[in-house]
Every structure is written in C-alpha cells, then in structure tokens.
Design a protein around this ligand. Structure first.
Ligand code: ZN
Length: 136
C-alpha cells in the first residue's frame, strides 16, 4: 500500500480539504499578500499571523525533477522508474508532485503544467499535474 499524506494539523487541513472539494487553495498573507506553501501559522515574509486562503490558478511549470530508480520504498518498487517533479505554481509557491501523463523521457524543466486533482478515495485527493493544454 502506498503511504498517504497525513493532513492532520490545523495548518494544512484546509489545503487538503480544498483539493478534495476540487477547488485548490493556497495560503496568502493578509498583511503583505505573499503566497506561502506549505501552510504555516505565520507569514514567512513578514511574521503576520492573519493567514487567508485563496483559490489557486492550479497552473505552473516544472521547476526541477528527478527520476526515481530502485531501491526505493517497497510500496513504490513496482512503479519505478518514475518521475518526481517540483512544480512552481504561477503564484510563486512550490509543490513536490508527479505528472500523470508524461513519460520520463519527456520530463523537462520549464514544461507548463496544470493541476490534475486525483482522488485516492473519499477522504484524500492528491495534487498531481499534467502537461498544460494551453500555451502560455
Ligand atoms: Zn506577510
């Protein structure tokens, strides 16, 4: 069984519930309007504790990637080799994720991507990505 993220703390519960609802959200500072991810109780830029949740565009680009080969966790062994990507959302925050539609030989920094929210079950949806269909 593939390990699940455990969205159990107050800071990231909203991120995961928004994904489950199909309406991705990220945190933004009420004072300086800086976006932040992962969610935190205070702004990393100015220290403000008033955190807002705003809709994310869900678009961005592959900032970096790596290809995972064995040995790896037993739960992932049957999936190797596979790509893990760092996506920079257009809001400027980063997510570690995977592309659902991209052979590893096609992975490339700068590829435009969009969220492909993928339900695991009724309680968990993952922020995976697919290559963007729209040129920027
Ligand atoms: Zn701030």
């Amino acid at each position: 069984m593939i390990p699940r993220p455990e969205p159990t703390n107050a800071d990231d519960a909203r991120f995961w519930s928004a994904l489950r609802d199909g309406e991705p959200q990220i945190q933004r500072c009420a004072a300086c309007h800086a976006y932040g991810h992962p969610p935190t109780p205070v702004c990393a830029r100015c220290g403000e504790a008033d955190r807002q949740w705003v809709a994310s565009l869900g678009t961005g680009e592959v900032w970096s990637f790596t290809i995972i080969h064995p040995p790896t966790l037993p739960a992932f062994a049957d999936h190797t080799p596979y790509g893990a990507v760092v996506v920079r959302l257009d809001e400027g925050v980063f997510l570690v994720s995977a592309l659902v539609d991209c052979p590893i030989e096609d992975l490339a920094v700068g590829t435009r991507v969009e969220l492909a929210i993928t339900a695991v079950d009724e309680e968990l949806a993952l922020p995976l990505f697919r290559r963007s269909r729209e040129p920027r």
